[in-house]
Design a protein around this ligand. Structure first.
Ligand code: C2E
Ligand code: MG
Ligand code: MG
Length: 400
């Protein structure tokens, strides 16, 4: 039996971006030495390209041997690397294909090891996974989603749903978040979790992102014409959208030139921040200069939030649902959110609490002087029509 392994370094790109390519090269050399140290003389390690290594274990007794070696590699790469005098931590994700079970050519074994690695990455990095036949089926399914999504976008199967954001000072719906849905002809209404990752991988996210922004602009104009006042619509922008294409140019020509910039809020997540810093900072400042507001989504779930919060032109902090969940039941949970709110306020930023499902959570948030709340307690994301009915009913109730 042979084992072919695909070893991918997680977050290597951020080292390259932050410390320069020279530092990245040294880190790769160091990684290679570490991998060599945990395999036998008769095994082979090679650099496949970028931050990917392949390892060939010649002559193993069974799968367990391969897993043992894979875990040793993960362990060896988890110790801190010293890059230009600084410690930095990486992890490794590994996919394993076995000869003869998973293929009988080098090409096939590499392809299957790569598929297993990809799968290991999407289920949470830093681990090793064996190739299984069903992974091929998943890859095929991803391809067909990509193809169908391309067609769906052309045929107008995408739709924006809107979830209200309520100001705690006066209980008014002041804004909403646009959340994309796909009216799939066979599978019904699909949530972003079912297709955004595929769109990012397949390169379709740019076109979807442009459609989302244009649709949000059309919607805000429609609502205005019908007399509904809403300060802004927030749209989600993924890391890949920011990186690729002329994102800033599109915002300029589609949002700024129509005078809609103050009505559009751009939501970015901490993963955007992780991948690119300098370029992101420049782009965010340009967008902010047009008059759009910038919100930091899912705050607290990523890395280095504090440093970014201080540095970047962020207007709004959205505290992730996981931190809101227990604020009415746990003193620690409440203290944590209290600290985020006072820090954000001290930096002159507004705070939105996400995922509010109970009145008791709203009460705590009000006591902590949170600015806005969003969540199922107020409303789930709904269609444009349902949204305006919802807002009008609220206004009527308030008047009663
Ligand atoms: P997000 O931006 O953090 O959006 C909030 C998600 O939490 C939404 O899920 C919303 O339906 C859900 N949610 C809101 N209130 C509650 C609550 O009280 N309880 C619970 N359990 N959940 C609540 P959704 O619509 O499935 O969106 C998931 C994610 O997909 C979004 O997370 C966002 O990151 C991404 N996404 C949505 N629309 C777009 C888009 O147009 N472009 C891109 N790139 N990503 C999008
Ligand atoms: Mg969001
Ligand atoms: Mg969020």
């Amino acid at each position: 039996m042979l084992a072919v392994m695909f070893v991918d370094l997680d977050h290597f790109k951020s080292v390259n971006d932050a410390q320069g390519h020279g530092a990245g090269d040294m880190l790769l050399c160091d990684a290679a030495v570490r991998i060599r140290a945990v395999i036998r003389e008769s095994d082979t390690v090679s650099r496949h390209g970028g931050d990917e290594f392949t390892v060939l274990l010649s002559d193993i007794r069974d799968q367990r041997d391969a897993l043992l070696v894979a875990n040793n590699i993960i362990e060896a790469l988890s110790a801190p690397f010293s890059v230009s005098g600084q410690h930095c931590f990486l992890s490794a994700t590994i996919g394993i294909a076995i000869f003869p079970d998973n293929g009988d050519s080098a090409e096939q074994l590499l392809k299957h090891a790569d598929t297993a690695m990809y799968r290991a990455k999407s289920s949470g990095r830093g681990q090793a996974l064996f190739f299984e036949e069903r992974m091929n089926a998943e890859a095929v399914a991803r391809l067909s989603i990509d193809r169908e999504l391309r067609r769906g976008l052309e045929r107008g199967e995408l739709e924006l749903y809107y979830q209200p954001q309520v100001s705690l000072a006066d209980n008014r719906v002041v804004a909403c978040e646009a959340l994309v849905r796909w009216n799939h002809p066979v599978r019904g209404l699909l949530a972003p979790g079912d297709f955004i990752a595929v769109a990012e991988e397949g390169g379709l996210i740019g076109a979807i992102g442009r459609w989302v922004i244009e649709q949000a602009c059309r919607q805000i104009r429609n609502w205005r014409e019908s007399g509904m006042v809403l300060e802004r619509i927030a749209v989600n922008v993924s890391a890949r959208q920011f990186r690729e294409g002329d994102f800033v140019g599109h915002i300029h020509s589609f949002v700024f030139e129509q005078g809609l910039a103050p009505s559009i809020e751009i939501e970015i997540t901490e993963t955007v921040l992780l991948e690119q810093t300098e370029m992101l900072d420049r782009k965010l400042r340009q967008i902010s200069g047009f008059g759009c507001t910038i919100a930091l989504d899912d705050f607290g779930t990523g890395f280095s939030s504090m440093a970014y919060l201080k540095k970047l032109p962020v207007d709004v902090v959205k505290i992730d649902r996981v931190f809101i969940e227990d604020i009415d039941r746990s003193a620690d949970g409440r203290a944590f959110v209290e600290a985020i709110i006072s820090m954000a306020h001290a930096l002159g930023k507004q705070v939105v609490a996400e995922g509010v499902e109970r009145d008791s959570q709203t009460a705590v948030l009000r006591a902590l002087q949170c600015d806005m709340v969003q969540g199922y307690r107020i409303s789930r994301p709904v269609t444009a029509e349902q949204f305006s009915t919802f807002v009008n009913n609220r206004i009527r109730h308030a008047a009663d």
